[in-house]
Write a protein that binds this ligand. Structure first.
Ligand code: BTN
Length: 261
């Protein structure tokens, strides 16, 4: 696999190792979860993935050079931070990194880990981890951000998704957007180290338009409808239903309806 080291033109403090750019790779997450000698803070970016992975074992597809596909490699003391915080942190970083390119009023975060423009998914995040014997855990934060895919790409099953281009009408320079998102994620990693998880959650809550609105979630057996009250300090969703408050973990349920009423 051919790759080159790239420079971003801005200085990063946590993501301060190499940024490795592949033209084609199987998956940036698979690569960083495998064996290699990269240091914590390394970022791997690809123009195309042949085996891109989404949440719940889904495939993540994107035509060559039309989106941002990257993963961040971190090594953290096992137990220092709960793994789920990196999902919220990446979503907050992508939201902030998109602000120079997208109207703030159109942007929202969606529980647990999507970034939306005009209620369509523009970015998905897949955080994976593995523990080692040295008390350090490997954390891989994978980000798939749709940038310049044309409207035809979002037909059929993809109708609930969008790219920055389809949402704003503007083609965006992928590397400019990447620098903005990387900088914002870096700033959030610094904030996490300094002030802990609550700062990340409070930013996430601020950027989520759906808190206080009606939504429905399902597990394998039931559908629960209610008002999205808040997220807990461990990232679970609190729903006020007719029969009282219920708390859901991201692994247990998926959202089937989210409205702004
Ligand atoms: C989701 O299902 O919403 C999460 C999608 C995450 C996709 C990104 S693309 C870069 C990285 N490499 C992968 O194989 N997956 C993540």
């Amino acid at each position: 696999m051919e790759c080159q080291i790239i420079q971003l033109g801005c200085s990063l403090k946590v993501l301060n190792r190499e940024i490795i750019h592949f033209s084609t790779i199987d998956s940036t997450n698979i690569y960083l979860l495998g064996s290699h000698s990269h240091l914590s803070g390394t970022v791997v970016l690809a123009d195309y993935q042949t085996a891109g992975r989404g949440r719940r074992g889904r495939i993540w597809l994107s035509p060559k050079e039309e989106s941002l596909l990257f993963s961040i490699y971190l090594r953290e003391d096992t137990g220092k931070f709960p793994i789920y915080i990196f999902t919220f942190l990446a979503a907050v970083g992508v939201y902030e990194g998109l602000l120079p390119f997208v109207d703030r009023n159109a942007l929202s975060l969606k529980w647990p880990n999507d970034v939306m423009i005009d209620h369509k998914k523009v970015c998905g995040i897949l955080v994976q981890s593995k523990s080692a014997s040295d008390n350090l855990s490997t954390i891989v934060i994978g980000v798939g951000l749709n940038v310049n895919q044309p409207p035809e790409f979002f037909s059929g099953e993809m109708a609930n998704a969008c790219s920055v281009l389809t949402a704003t009408g503007n083609r965006v320079d992928r590397m400019e957007l990447f620098a903005s998102v990387a900088k914002a994620i870096d700033e959030n990693l610094i904030a996490l180290g300094k002030t802990g998880v609550q700062e990340i959650f409070s930013r996430w809550r601020r950027y989520c338009l759906y808190i206080g609105k009606t939504m429905a979630v399902t597990d394998d057996f039931h559908r629960y409808e209610g008002i999205f009250k808040n997220i807990t300090s461990n990232g679970s969703l609190i729903l006020m239903t007719d029969s009282g408050e219920r708390t859901f973990h991201a692994a247990e349920v998926s959202i089937v309806k989210e409205t702004l009423t």
